[in-house]
Design a protein around this ligand. Structure first.
Ligand code: SF4
Ligand code: SF4
Length: 313
């Protein structure tokens, strides 16, 4: 596929596209998932990490237990009770407070979803995770990133040997009856059915309790490269593409994160865009529930055209 660099005239005006059409916007329908970014540090550096996590990238600092409890208190006092609490990073298990944070959310009755690479940071806590599962049962769900069902492609993205380590982690979780899902990559515009068949073969070989045809058990995300050209989304696109603004993650989710050196966390429109001030909605959740203008390449490539959502349903 020919790769065309992003047209610099695009994604400049929050109100209008480069063609002068009204830019699409998404109103929050209801707060279905409240995400916490536990920090951008990760044990590995993946080629296509949308948030550019790595062992040295701490531009989103570790959230503390007090940070998370503050927002759990805020939603307890509001009418917005999310269906689920999500944790993403970086690698959440790198955060020293993560297990306490996890328990704090589940103690308040929330189901939680943890996005992890199931590698060494998680495996340090095998016994503690088993104890948490005994206590909270199916309220804990983990979604493990496996870019591709072959070590060749996965390791090219994530480093030599990482496929085998991640598979080991998934086997541990599956064998012990954890609620799990896998997040893979779908080539932009590629054949999703073939990708699901390839993953199903791996699931069967490994004996994992996963159905690759179930989009909640195998979530496929499009490749993302913000340097490449992508159409802008105008108001008129919804009907042309037969899509609804309500299907976008920002119609049903917000994410809390703490910037390095910041005195307090902030609320972001979604899990995907952490550096653009237009998607930073300030420290209070109650004031972060307004409409979002889709003025970023990720909005088009990942959500509207890629059809992805970070939710499990
Ligand atoms: S494991 Fe996930 S968070 Fe870490 S670098 Fe890879 S894609 Fe990014
Ligand atoms: S990237 Fe997707 S979820 Fe995030 S603001 Fe854009 S459309 Fe909404």
């Amino acid at each position: 596929m020919v790769k065309i660099p992003l047209d610099k005239a695009k994604f400049r005006d929050p109100l209008l596209t480069a063609k002068g059409e009204p830019r699409a916007q998404v109103a929050l329908n209801h707060l279905d998932v409240l995400w916490f970014n536990t920090g951008t540090l990760c044990n590995i550096t993946c080629t296509n990490c949308y948030i550019e996590s790595s062992p040295i990238n701490d531009r989103l600092a570790y959230l503390t237990l007090a940070d998370v409890e503050r927002y759990l208190d805020e939603i307890a006092q509001s009418k917005q009770r999310p269906r689920e609490i999500g944790f993403t990073g970086g690698e959440p298990f790198m955060n020293p407070a993560f297990l306490s944070i996890l328990e704090a959310a589940m103690e308040r009755g929330y189901p939680v979803l943890v996005l992890t690479n199931a590698m060494r940071p998680m495996r340090r806590f095998d016994q503690k995770l088993l104890a948490i599962k005994d206590r909270f049962g199916d309220r804990l769900k983990l979604r493990i990133s496996l870019d591709d069902p072959t070590p060749e492609i996965h390791d090219r993205e994530r480093g030599p040997g990482s496929f085998a380590i991640a598979c080991d982690g998934i086997t541990f979780l599956s064998d012990h009856g954890f609620q799990i899902a896998v997040a893979g990559r779908a080539e932009f515009g590629g054949d999703v059915t073939k990708t699901r068949t390839r993953f199903q073969r791996l699931f069967a070989e490994c004996g994992w309790r996963l159905d690759a045809d179930d989009p909640a058990q195998l979530v496929l995300f499009p490749e993302m490269d913000h340097r490449l050209d992508v159409p802008e989304i105008s108001d008129g696109c919804w009907s042309i593409l037969n899509k609804s603004p309500d299907d976008m993650m920002c119609a049903s989710a917000r994410m809390v994160a703490r910037r390095r050196g910041a005195s307090q966390p902030t609320v972001l429109a979604c899990t995907l865009i952490v550096d653009d001030p237009a998607f930073d909605l300030g420290p209070n959740l109650v004031y972060a529930l307004g409409a979002i203008r889709l003025n970023h390449p990720h909005c088009a490539k990942f959500c509207v055209l890629g059809g992805a959502s970070c939710s499990t349903t």
